[in-house]
Design a protein around this ligand. Sequence first.
Ligand code: NOJ
Length: 728
Amino acid sequence: MTLAPAHDELVENLIEAMTWEQKLAQLQIAFRPRLEDAAELVRSGIGAVFWPRSAEATNELQRIAREETPHGIPLLVGLDVIHGQRTTFPVPLAQAASFQPETAETDARISAQEAASGGVNWTFSPMIDVSRDPRWGRVVEGFGEDAYVNAVFGAAKVRGYQGESLRDRDSILACAKHFVAYGQAEGGRDYNTVDVSAQRLRNVYLEPFRLAVDAGVATVMAAFNTVSGRPAHANHFLLTAILKEELGFNGVVVGDAEGVVNLLDHGIAEDLPDALRQSFAAGLDVEMGGNVLTADGGARLRPDDVPLARVDDAVRRVLSLKLALGLFDDPYREPDLEVTAPSRASRQVALTAAEKGLVLLKNESVLPLGPERKRVLLVGPYANSTDHLGAWVQSFAAPAGSLADAIRQECPEWSLAVKEGTGFFEGDASLIADAVADAAGYDAVVVAVGEPSALTGEASSRSDLRLPGAQEELIRAVAETGRPMAVVMFNGRPLVTSAWVNSVPAVLEAWHAGLEGPRAVARALSGSMNPGGRLPMTFPRSSSQVPIYYDHENTGRPATVSGTIDGGTLDVALMGPGNTDDHYTSKYKDLDLGPQFPFGHGLSYTSFEYGGLKVSAPEVSVADLRAGKSVGVEITVRNTGARAGDEVTMVFIRDLIASLAQPIRRLRGFTRTSLQPGEARSLYFELGWNDLGFWDNDGRYVVEDGDFEIHVGGGLDGTAVGELRVRP
Ligand code: NOJ
């Protein structure tokens, strides 16, 4: 999709006719003002507002903008539509677990339709901050630890929100955020310092933004954090040299809420005018907070603070988007057509999305429990909780039900008993004892545990990644009864499970999966569906093991357990378990090597086998790659079990010798395939220029000659390995 032409006549005539103050007014969005105040702000010429909560109220603000301001410029109307408006889809991290970008695209499409019907024309989504530290609460809003997954899912979201054309009535502007490297906040503490090398900035954090820009994302939000000492909001290198010039982004850069004001606390600006001057000079186009003008409409920036051409450029970007959205023709919405509740169809899509994100972490012949008659005991704080929508949910979204109700609905043959056993935070030994006392009378026990969604999202970092309260005790108490049992986890980040995971036979990761999350879980427990999702983030063994992520460098002294796992020592470093006595190696003395559950991990009720890996050519030259040639990778996957199921196939590369130390695996392709029992499918991937190189510390993308390994399979373990030589 291409944005509106940069020099449209209508836009240029407006710029010509506008005063300095009128221009500045277009460059701000007030942060969630009261409705009465919003009307006044619009009268004063403000260019954008937060959504006033109905089509009718939005129409009134648009009317004021069109009829009561000198140039009649319509409004951008923004809202954080992150994973749903009325129909809540799984949190983005759970969507990533589907390893099926269509999940994110359909969420964005339906969210755009619902939001646009009420007058929203701009969402602050997708968040594509690669995040390798689960202490950071915002990992829930993104697509996990891998740059490529974030890139692919982010682009899918952009396509979904923006549709075929921004002019379409159900298209809204997307916003790729937060630019950039916000996910590397020190210690996982939100808003914290980011100090990142040039190569990591480009290879990891910028990669998803590159793809979002290619997908035509209309807006990008600056991050709260510093990068190498300079806050992103006032960072000319990031906002202008990289984003606008190098990536060729011609949309709008918006600040985060009061992100410009925060420059004072960062200690790089003396006062608000200074902060504004530095931000607009750096390449910011719209300030979020409404500080560009004073309360009485005066300008906080004088014409000699920022070059007129820079301000005109920002205004041109804003007006071009308004034009592209068709707002100058018709900014109004039909109140009767406003979608205020999920439809049958949107619920069905939300159910599919929730199902696709389920990850079966462990299963020793317990799941599925089967639909037939049996006595099931459901315990834990998530048995009756309806807290399934997750972080960043609209206060007006349709509420979810509980797992207990979903089981009653989806598994009518079961006789279900429900006992809470413990709250999320407060534990009581007698309640736990009571919950498990009569476990012997049941055929199976399901333990529904997790972290409430208030522990996830913005400003919700955690230092301890274990289940809160007495939930671990509850799990252990149930495990001690010896009854067949399964733990279901509802959470918005990787959790540490080491205190109990070895004593339970089955664990299902359900995330905060939105409106239809509980039904998806009930269907997975009974076996009406077969979970096939994979972890988009590593689950550590301990909170102090983070950051831990699959695409790490080997180090000069990798810790491995030689010979204990098939396929060589490297897999032990990736996967664990076990430790080594080899003293001078990179590890913790008191922790097994590798994570609890690695990136890409996920089981199924069926089994899959791979065979016939073929790499189309043993060699390719750097010049041919540069000219667009690619190498084909082919493999056959077969469902060898008795049930239909989905398999996620991943292609990782390893560049064995390079001038900069390379990750031991780097994901460059994945696909999810549904297979009937016995069915086989041949899969094809391509590796080209963009896959085989890396960004160096001088900001250059290089493909170096040498040997590559190509690992293809259902995750980091059990892969088939091919070889490729890149010739000079
Ligand atoms: C702050 C958050 O960082 C950002 O992601 C969000 O879009 C804005 N607030 C607006 O609500």
